[in-house]
Ligand binder design. Structure first.
Ligand SMILES: [Zn+2]
Length: 468
């Protein structure tokens, strides 16, 4: 199936454009031709292409595709295996050993299976674009790129440059092999005995060099009709010197490569910034390492002492299926700064999940809103269920509910019926068109059984609860 397919007219829909004027069209028409939007209006187009597919969808709301600005595709397989743990032991004792056990080739590769599971879940709940934050070597960059290419979603995938791995490996007296398999993952060595941090994935072969990043960029960036972009990723600094982060930042600037970084994930990370990096805040560290620029996405930044000042585009993310703070993607009811309704609100939340997310990825001229000339990445929500009542487009002009409040406050992924990326319908009537969902589930069950067997990691049973 080609990436770009035909023409589609959506009609009789409420359209939340999130365009520059923030137009909301109560009874609208959207025409998509050759992957792009050519008409968005309350009036029908003057002329329709001969091959157009006309879809009348009363009772539906169309929004721009949601943008997940921080995802870990491989971790969906690990759902439920690391519950109720503080971050560092969540990583060191469960997630990293599990991720170190990813294996396989072809259709059975754990990374490919995990990517298909996550992408299917994202599409079914209205996410059309994501930024992957840290592909592990075991997942395989090529496995994930293959799943993205086949399933039609838009993605910024990361290749993770080397960070002083020689120093740390000598500290560990561990010899890593170097088989130079370019384009596969790529991650910083995190293992740091001085801080009591051990990353089981550090036994993986070394694919973490900046040349490996550049090779992945040159091989994959712009492929699949420009749906795949390649970024660099850095982990939260946990002992590696600032100079090696600076090396990565310099390479990214020279080659115009976006860079994303985990930053200040847990309170303990703040003390590492302070004690190991000369009393810097996370933002000072990023600035001094040359990691900040127009194509930088800093993840987390949710502690009061991180040094961040509001004013940059902020996105919304689910952080992958294994994370304890997971949020359903289509539920964008985020209020920045706490429960104070003045600090955020539904309209700002929707902007963060669409146009501001696009801006953070440097893609705001192409996606993030519904306007003429933009790529046709859009989501249709069925708002006829009881949990959406009593909203109706007829009531809105008479003081009824704002559809943005409805989408943010009441809708979830279960309300998504259609999802289009690049003009291609990927979900229709709530069904995934680009893959067999039951086959994905079956493959995921097989894959995680092998991963658990190889890693020896088991989910904890809750003390005080009886399991028969
Ligand atoms: Zn993350």
């Amino acid at each position: 199936m080609s990436d770009i397919s035909g023409s589609t007219l959506l009609r009789d829909v409420t359209v939340i454009t999130v365009d520059q004027r923030r137009r909301i069209i109560l009874n609208g028409f959207i025409l998509v031709q050759d992957g792009r939007i050519t008409h968005v209006s309350s009036k029908p187009p003057d002329k329709l292409p001969e091959d157009v597919r006309i879809m009348s969808l009363p009772g539906r709301i169309v929004i721009p595709g949601l943008i997940n600005s921080h995802a870990h595709l491989a971790q969906s397989l690990l759902r439920g295996l690391a519950e109720d743990l503080p971050l560092h032991s969540w990583l060191c004792d469960r997630i990293w050993p599990l991720e170190a056990a990813y294996r396989g080739e072809g259709d059975a590769a754990d990374g490919y299976v995990a990517a298909r599971l996550t992408i299917g879940e994202m599409l079914l709940s209205g996410t059309t674009c994501f930024l992957e934050a840290m592909l592990t070597h075991g997942s395989g960059f090529a496995n994930v790129a293959r799943a993205v290419s086949e399933m039609g979603i838009r993605a910024c995938l990361v290749s993770r440059p080397k960070c002083l791995h020689q120093l740390i490996t000598s500290m560990l007296s561990t010899r890593l092999t170097n088989d130079d398999d370019k384009g596969k993952l790529v991650k910083f060595v995190e293992t740091n005995p001085a801080l009591g941090i051990a990353d089981a994935r550090d036994k993986d072969p070394d694919h973490m060099s900046i040349p490996s990043l550049l090779a992945a960029h040159s091989e994959f960036h712009g492929t699949s009709n420009d749906r795949i972009h390649v970024w660099a990723a850095c982990g939260t600094p946990r002992g590696a010197p600032l100079s090696s982060f600076a090396e990565a930042g310099k390479a990214c600037q020279q080659h115009d490569i976006g860079i994303t970084m985990h930053c200040a994930e847990a309170p303990r990370d703040l003390s590492i910034f302070r004690d190991v990096y000369g009393d810097r805040t996370p933002m000072q560290f990023c600035r001094d390492a040359g990691l900040t620029g127009p194509k930088t996405v800093l993840a987390h930044m949710c502690h009061p002492r991180h040094g961040y000042r509001p004013g940059h585009p902020e996105g919304i993310a689910d952080h992958g299926g294994a994370q304890p703070d997971e949020q359903p993607q289509a539920r964008v009811g985020h209020r920045r700064g706490g429960p104070d309704a003045q600090s955020g609100g539904a309209h700002e939340a929707l902007e963060m999940a669409t146009i501001r997310g696009a801006k953070a990825l440097g893609l705001e001229t192409e996606i993030g809103s519904l306007g003429v000339g933009k790529k046709a990445d859009l989501v249709v929500l069925d708002v006829r269920a009881s949990w959406a009542a009593p909203w109706s487009p007829e009531m809105f002009p008479r003081g009824g509910m704002d559809p943005v409040s409805l989408v943010v406050g009441s809708c979830t992924g279960r309300d998504v019926t259609h999802v289009m990326v690049d003009g291609r319908m990927l979900v229709e009537d709530g069904r995934l068109l680009v893959a067999d969902e039951s086959a994905i589930v079956q493959s995921a069950r097989q894959a995680v059984a092998g991963i658990q067997e190889r890693s020896g990691v088991r989910a904890s049973w809750k003390a005080g609860w009886e399991y028969e």
